[in-house]
Design a protein around this ligand. Sequence first.
Ligand SMILES: *[C@@H]1O[C@H](CO)[C@@H](O)[C@H](O)[C@H]1NC(C)=O
Ligand SMILES: *[C@@H]1O[C@H](CO)[C@@H](O)[C@H](O)[C@H]1NC(C)=O
Ligand SMILES: *[C@@H]1O[C@H](CO)[C@@H](O)[C@H](O)[C@H]1NC(C)=O
Ligand SMILES: *[C@@H]1O[C@H](CO)[C@@H](O)[C@H](O)[C@H]1NC(C)=O
Ligand SMILES: *[C@@H]1O[C@H](CO)[C@@H](O)[C@H](O)[C@H]1NC(C)=O
Ligand SMILES: *[C@@H]1O[C@H](CO)[C@@H](O)[C@H](O)[C@H]1NC(C)=O
Ligand SMILES: *[C@@H]1O[C@H](CO)[C@@H](O)[C@H](O)[C@H]1NC(C)=O
Ligand SMILES: *[C@@H]1O[C@H](CO)[C@@H](O)[C@H](O)[C@H]1NC(C)=O
Ligand SMILES: *[C@@H]1O[C@H](CO)[C@@H](O)[C@H](O)[C@H]1NC(C)=O
Ligand SMILES: *[C@@H]1O[C@H](CO)[C@@H](O)[C@H](O)[C@H]1NC(C)=O
Length: 430
Amino acid sequence: MFTMLLLPLLLVCALMASQASAFPKRHMVNLPPYLQNIKRSDTGNYQIPSDVHNGSSKAVFDIETTTSTLTTSTLLSLDAPKLDSINGSVFDWWYFDVVSEANPDDSVTVTFFSSTVEAFPFLAANQSSILTAWIWASFANGTVVADYVPATVATVTGVDGTHTEGSGHWFPTGFGWGASTAPQTRYVVSIASEKIQVHGRLTLTATVPYHLPCGVQKDKSILEIAPHIGWVNAVPDAVGVVDMNIRGSSLKFQGPGYHDKNWSDRPFMESVESWYWGHGRLGPYSIVWFSFLSLNDTTNSTYVSSYVAKDGNVLVSACDEKLLTVRPIGAPGTTGGRYPPKVGDVPEGFHLDYDLGEEIGHLKVNVSTRALVAGDGEYYGRWTGELVGEVVKPGNDTRGACSSDSGNGSDAEEISLVGVAVFEQFVVVE
Ligand SMILES: *[C@@H]1O[C@H](CO)[C@@H](O)[C@H](O)[C@H]1NC(C)=O
Ligand SMILES: *[C@@H]1O[C@H](CO)[C@@H](O)[C@H](O)[C@H]1NC(C)=O
Ligand SMILES: *[C@@H]1O[C@H](CO)[C@@H](O)[C@H](O)[C@H]1NC(C)=O
Ligand SMILES: *[C@@H]1O[C@H](CO)[C@@H](O)[C@H](O)[C@H]1NC(C)=O
Ligand SMILES: *[C@@H]1O[C@H](CO)[C@@H](O)[C@H](O)[C@H]1NC(C)=O
Ligand SMILES: *[C@@H]1O[C@H](CO)[C@@H](O)[C@H](O)[C@H]1NC(C)=O
Ligand SMILES: *[C@@H]1O[C@H](CO)[C@@H](O)[C@H](O)[C@H]1NC(C)=O
Ligand SMILES: *[C@@H]1O[C@H](CO)[C@@H](O)[C@H](O)[C@H]1NC(C)=O
Ligand SMILES: *[C@@H]1O[C@H](CO)[C@@H](O)[C@H](O)[C@H]1NC(C)=O
Ligand SMILES: *[C@@H]1O[C@H](CO)[C@@H](O)[C@H](O)[C@H]1NC(C)=O
């Protein structure tokens, strides 16, 4: 079995090294015939059919973690489908983005969905397949291109926990990704679609370690970031490079890149009251935020996941709600800053407050919106934007009468930390 695998792997490496124009397709020789459910072969390759499964779907919400850091092959297994079938009320998807560090109005997001529109209502109402590959591209002049291609079958390979290279393809859309986790984590998302006139690639070379909702835990790590919501963040920050041609226009830039996947065993709208998420980089800091209120939650919890790395070293990767506060900022005279938010509240930015512990203090970040890249302006928005932050040391006098920076102010260690971000909000409560 080992030798059977080796040959295609070597072939892929050789093609990658020679910079083949499209990312090479993995040989699918070991796949079983197309069946009703998601099928996993002996070699850990998955096939997802395009029609809705009639029956119950089972989700996985944890992962065995016998070591305190994930091995390169476990890391790749984070990309495995997390449901055994896609019925009308579940979803599973793979998300990639890059935003330009020079001008955050330039961005590209690519998402590979396996979901009905009943489970995730932000998909196209008339989609003909549960498998769709989407792209959102924003240009500096304000133009946003959003489009998708339905697939007839999807494959996800190399994610059985023994490989360091893998791939995903939504056939025959021309959308796919290739991944390698050794010697470093790298993803190439490639698109070759005549149908929507998009050609090119998005490359992520990770600059920081992976992020699980609550970090790596002993024996088993939780992947359920909030009730019924699964999340793994293989690439919290990366050197992202976009080189695409979109409907005749060239789009090329570099900046912070990101990859995660999320899934659920029930419809999105039954889980979410509000959902804030984003990622970005400012100075040496790579950040990811997630803050979520669950619909009809009797415990009144705020579900958060906090991630900060400095120069590639993780400072926090945890889900304790005391470690991160995310609050909307509204323009004067609007409800944009209301918290908890209601449908139609459109913020002009967010305040983030990361607790990095007594030694370091707090990383405080203001996020301000630039381009609206996706969304309906009511229930959902995805923006690119700018970040301004500072690290505030645990001062002895921060609540005192004069905490100004006059003299040798010791509160703000670093001022003018600036950067760019991609972020979202979903608000479902009327
Ligand atoms: C789904 O399965 C149920 C029970 O097996 C069956 O009664 C029903 O007709 C099926 N629906 C479709 C659309 O196949
Ligand atoms: C899909 O599976 C989930 C989880 O098992 C179940 O709760 C739900 O009722 C199923 N939905 C349909 C439409 O069969
Ligand atoms: C779906 O609807 C959109 C607009 O509502 C339309 O542009 C598109 O062509 C439709 N797609 C199909 C497959 O009918
Ligand atoms: C904006 O840029 C895009 C991509 O280059 C181009 O297709 C579009 O025509 C431009 N729009 C305007 C109003 O200049
Ligand atoms: C969920 O999916 C969205 C894509 O719509 C992605 O932007 C986000 O990072 C994911 N977050 C979580 C916490 O699941
Ligand atoms: C949440 O609660 C409201 C009213 O309390 C109810 O109308 C709604 O059906 C509930 N939603 C879910 C998903 O339980
Ligand atoms: C629930 O949380 C909200 C927001 O933090 C707060 O305003 C409210 O008082 C809390 N309600 C209860 C019953 O604890
Ligand atoms: C963030 O915005 C607030 C005002 O809303 C301001 O007081 C604070 O200084 C800003 N922080 C930074 C780092 O710019
Ligand atoms: C704060 O400073 C005062 C006077 O400089 C000192 O007496 C006090 O112990 C300090 N408190 C802490 C918590 O460091
Ligand atoms: C400010 O404090 C730093 C150390 O925290 C010290 O090196 C520097 O000399 C001080 N500057 C002034 C003007 O007091």
